[in-house]
Design a binder for this molecule. Sequence first.
Ligand SMILES: [Ca+2]
Ligand SMILES: [Ca+2]
Ligand SMILES: [Ca+2]
Length: 225
Amino acid sequence: MSNAYILKPVAYTLLIVAIITGALAMWSETLKINVSVNTGELHWRFKPGSEIVKDECGTGSLDWNATYLTNGSVGAERIDDAKDVGCTSAHFYDTDGDSDLDTLNITIHNGYPWYYTHVAFAVENDGTIPLKIWKVVIHGRTTYEITSSTGMRLDLTGDGKPDVLIWWGDNFGKQLHPGDYADISLEIVVLQDAPENANLTISITMYAIQWNEYDSAMSSTTSPI
Ligand SMILES: [Ca+2]
Ligand SMILES: [Ca+2]
Ligand SMILES: [Ca+2]
């Protein structure tokens, strides 16, 4: 038997062993991915101390008369025989105890037809997500804009005749980043058909929406005014 004949099967055997050994010795290393989603908070509130009332109660302010309403225009003046018989109060409240002011109560005391008042305030984003001022629901009516030329006439007694008129400063669609705030104001006029000795209440709810949903939300809605 020659040496060449003997070595040949040995060489095959070594080769096979080498392959098996290589597979067993292959190193490996793993990478892990942990997914954690921490959501932010969409939150806004009335800015403390921001309320400004034109004919504030207790100040002795002469009343304002909605003289220009005969032309359908916003605004008022103090007529020559102006008196201080009506007044307006506006106060913020935290109704759910979370330390954020969520409600603004506006009360007109001893109002009468053509009595005019103006209330300004600020809303601020105290959350962590940018938001846009979306819509407002006034006495059950949803609107996304109130033009200064028309305002919104409200029948608060249910007799089909409007009792008050509201104009709203148009900040709808304004974007507020966390920490930002925006000034908003509304004007209220008592109309001729308002009843005497009545306690009329207007409920107003404002809505904010996350900034990136505003366009799609608006595309599916139309303003009633
Ligand atoms: Ca007054
Ligand atoms: Ca609150
Ligand atoms: Ca009415």
